[in-house]
Ligand binder design. Structure first.
Ligand code: ADP
Ligand code: NA
Length: 332
């Protein structure tokens, strides 16, 4: 039996999106406030699986930390740090590279999506990404990982790696970590294409709402979001086969802490020309305080760096003994 402990991370590979906020960061804050030990990371080693401009990476890492704090993560109650500052992640990842099987990695849908047709030219790191993610989680013996739906398969692979390690070395050392995928916005879709998830790595800025977008930009992106020509239905059944409509309603529901059914009971029958300004007003009201606080924190990068420095020391205090024990189990 393992003590409940929460770990999760986000890549500093661009600005934070509304998808990251609703699918991940809001849940991070909820779990922190439940009083479980919570550990949250900027996964910069994951970000460089695709080339990043060094100055941009440094800025985005601080901005992500500012986003965490502005959204309600409290450095006194959660451990916040950069992945690269805790070398035990990469050290355990190597061991997991030797546990994970090629066939497991080849089945990962994120690998298939991101490597695309030109997979011979993808980095080895992009292929091994899920083994590093397993190390991120298991170096803390984390039992729960709040993530969006797109990461479910990687958490399942983390369990496969833990199970194979435990089996191969005849130990009960790594826990079977559970993904925590909750709420109405576990998969926020692109505003331009209802079949793709909203992502910071989408080349089109109009496809996403960034946490740092100003009110006019948010309103414009929502106004231009792709929709169909019909009015909103009054029940959730009416959203079947209408992915763009469903997406906007689910964003509204998540931001207002309502269910989709409650939202539709209010707005059913309205045209998008009427609903979109309501959604824009709500999004601006919810996001503006966070982006204002992010901007304030970005004026004090040394304050952010100090928080992350302390977080890395606290994280290492947990990770180092687990790595040492892992080495011992493996015979090193
Ligand atoms: P991105 O795809 O924006 O680069 P990451 O891969 O860094 O995001 O994911 C960070 C966290 O945000 C993960 O838990 C992921 O599941 C969640 N997340 C990312 N995009 C979305 C989305 N569109 N809807 C819900 N959750 C998301
Ligand atoms: Na992702």
């Amino acid at each position: 039996t393992f003590t409940p402990r929460v770990f999760s991370g986000i890549q500093p590979s661009g600005g934070l999106t509304l998808g990251n906020y609703l699918g991940a960061i809001r849940r991070f804050v909820d779990m922190q406030n439940e009083g479980i030990q919570t550990i949250y990371c900027m996964v910069d080693l994951h970000a460089i699986t695709v080339w990043q401009d060094p100055a941009a990476l440094r800025r985005q890492t601080r901005e992500l930390a500012a986003g965490y704090i502005a959204a309600g993560l409290d450095p006194a109650r959660s451990i916040l740090f950069n992945q690269s500052q805790v070398p035990e992640h990469a050290q355990l990842a190597w061991i997991f590279n030797c546990v994970a099987r090629m066939g497991w990695m080849q089945r990962m849908t994120q690998w298939k999506d991101k490597a695309g047709k030109n997979s011979q030219n993808a980095s080895l790191g992009l292929f091994a990404y899920p083994a590093l993610m397993a190390a991120d989680i298991l170096i803390y013996h984390a039992t729960h990982v709040p993530v969006g739906e797109d990461q479910k398969q990687h958490v399942e692979l983390t369990r496969d790696i833990a199970a194979k390690f435990n089996h191969d070395y005849k130990v009960d050392f790594f826990p079977m970590t559970e993904p925590v995928i909750e709420g109405t916005a576990t998969r926020v879709m692109s505003l331009r294409d209802g079949s793709r998830k909203m992502s910071k790595s989408d080349p089109s800025d109009m496809s996403r709402i960034n946490m740092t977008d100003d009110a006019d930009t948010i309103s414009q992106k929502i106004r231009k979001a792709r929709t169909d020509a019909d009015a909103l239905p009054s029940e959730t059944d009416g959203l079947k086969d209408r992915p763009e409509a469903r997406n906007l309603v689910s964003i509204y529901a998540a931001l207002s802490d309502m269910t989709m059914a409650e939202v539709l009971a209010d707005v059913g029958g309205k045209q998008f020309s009427e609903f979109k300004p309501m959604l824009a007003e709500l999004a601006v009201a919810k996001l503006a305080p966070i982006s204002t606080e992010m901007a304030r924190l970005m004026q004090a990068p040394e304050e952010i760096d100090a928080i992350l420095g302390r977080g890395a020391a606290d994280a290492r205090a947990i990770a180092a003994p687990i790595l040492e024990k892992t080495y011992e189990i493996v015979g090193m």
